[in-house]
Design a protein around this ligand. Sequence first.
Ligand code: ARG
Ligand code: ASP
Length: 743
Amino acid sequence: MNKIFKSTLLLICITLFSKISFAGEGMWLPIFLKSLNEAEMQAMGMKLTAEDIYSVNQGSLKDAIVHFGGFCTSELISDQGLLLTNHHCGYGNIQSHTTLENNYIRDGFWAKSYKDELPNPGLFATFIVRIDEVTDQILEGVTKGMTEKERQSTIDKNIAALKKNFSLRSYEKYVVKPFFKGNQYFAFLTRTYNDVRLVGAPPESIGKFGSDTDNWVWPRHTGDFSLFRIYAGPDNLPADYSEDNVPFKPKHYLPISMDGVAQDDFTLVFGFPGRTNEYLPSYAIEQLVDVLNPSKIAIRDRALKIVDVEMRADPAVKIQYASKYARIANYWKKWIGESLGLKKTGGVQKKKNLEAEFMERVNNKREWTKKYGNLLSEFEVLYKEIEPYALTRDYYNEVVGRNIEIMRVAGYMRRLVNYYDENGEAGYNDYKGRLSGFLENFYKNYRPDIDQKVFASLMKMYVANAKLGVADVVKKEIFMLGTDDYAVLAKHKFFKSAIPFQEKLNAILEKSPEEAINLLKEDPLYKFSSALTAAYNDKAATKYSEISAQLNTLQRKYMAALMEVFPEKKFYPDANSTMRFTYGQVGGYTPRDAVTYTPVTYLEGVIEKYVPGDYEFDVPKKLIELYNTKDYGHYADKNGKLPICFIGTNHTTGGNSGSPAIDAHGNLIGLNFDRVWEGTMSDYNYDASICRNIMVDIRFVLFIIDKYAGASHLIKEMNLVHPKSKKAKASNPKKSAIPKSRD
Ligand code: ARG
Ligand code: ASP
């Protein structure tokens, strides 16, 4: 290849890359919006400025975006603190208010006035007051020659010193987090409200329509939303729950667009994505697709099949296991889609191409060759070395830590004993108190006969597939029993143990701490769980941590190298539960040959999927009536159809659930809740051809609140706008989008 040809090729690659990133890749930090993204966003049709989205000095979009309970996103949609999030994010709280007489999960819940809104102890809503880059302060005194331990201790000291500069109020926190694998540091000043009340939720047959079958799937027809309200003290500041608290007055809340979405419309999604890993080397992705994902999937496959048979056979089991099943199935299904997507888009090859280009550039510059020449080969060695440990870790976590329910409880009992050993009776009683609620709930939804079947099946897998001798203890037991039937082992353990049976365990825990501990230590499942954990720690965990620490160091260097060697590329940091935005466009995709998906679903699709009486696809009578009479109010689109969900190219992940989808003017158009199955590999390698996020159309949310539930008083709180129509209520969209600060 001659030089000119090469540089033309490079240019094509760069244009291609920026085209791809144009389509939606990236979870960006709001403070760099102006320098990194504003121009591109405006070229895509956005009418806002960087200041409209993120400003420390005046009310901006960021003031309407709220971290919900630390695990989801939510947004303010009225000047009275009304908060919108997903049904699956509010689920635990909706469930906690549900009784047989007031079945809010089944029937929905709508507070008629403030006084009917239900408090949720433990639930909190966090605002980001400001974000600052603090890399220089945090890395001060860090030198190349330091060991990792020295480096970390310098960093910890610097963080502590920096925090000292702030006098924080009880509801404020100053959080410093590493970005770009520890090459940069950012600080977040947060403010947390902990009086957050439940305002409304649709029945499960709308909020969770399609359940596990439709989870991670397009086309989708779920009205996955619920409403809460933030309450504050009379000074509008955070206050513990009190009857005297008043609805919070936000600095900004999102106006709601009544005009809907069309193909290629600009979309901005703002929220708190949890965890991604976009800068791994090809070796890591290869391992994920070929080794780790398949074994995790196989383990859950078995556990889910066993539980499914039982759930189908007995409606009582169905109720007990539905939520647990959904949780296990959620990531099981995600991993299958992830591997599929990585294979379909040549994820490994794409990484290899990037690495080839990286090495080519590195080898062309002596300084880089010296600094970065060995990075990839070191990765190769370490990933090979870690493989049996990583596989064993996944096996241990899935079998012992997750899918055999009783092993988890046995683990808690071991912790209880540890508390006694380390902190005496006070420690023991404290932990026992903390466990009691969990145990109560656990046994309500537990069937030892089913768990015993899972135990037998997964232990057999553990022996067959976990490496490094961590399962030798199981083999020994099987040998001693003189059988190769794992059901015999399971029966033996469960029959003689107290842990699977609430009354038996309670009888032990009611004794004096000393007696209880002696009995626990003799319990067969307790002993079995201790032996498994000891074997794992001894043979796998320590070494795993050691290699993984080396990989982290290498990954930090590789990240810095990528940023230096590809100066023309725009890099975004991996998600780490901090505030980010992502922007893209409304659009369908082609999941497989000859199949093309359009980007919007309608109520017709709900009716198509309707299976009367089914636990996933039943439809409430009232919704069918509204469909039959086409009584959609002003929530239908211009063809008279009621939209339900739509998809776009925004780059999202777990934690983005409940994030607002915002139009070019700053108005709310949808509510993010999921991704399409084939595109879940966006956590490792975003590909614009198949990565799509799924949002509920905001007009469906309003329709359910208004027409279905008759809660029109809530609609009156909101600011509905028509940005697309000529007679727009908001002729100056910027003004409508960003009302004056209330501070
Ligand atoms: N897949 C979505 C997410 O990861 C929704 C999960 C809740 N729904 C369910 N059927 N499990 O959170
Ligand atoms: N469903 C996820 C959540 O709850 C979102 C996603 O993974 O796309 O955050």
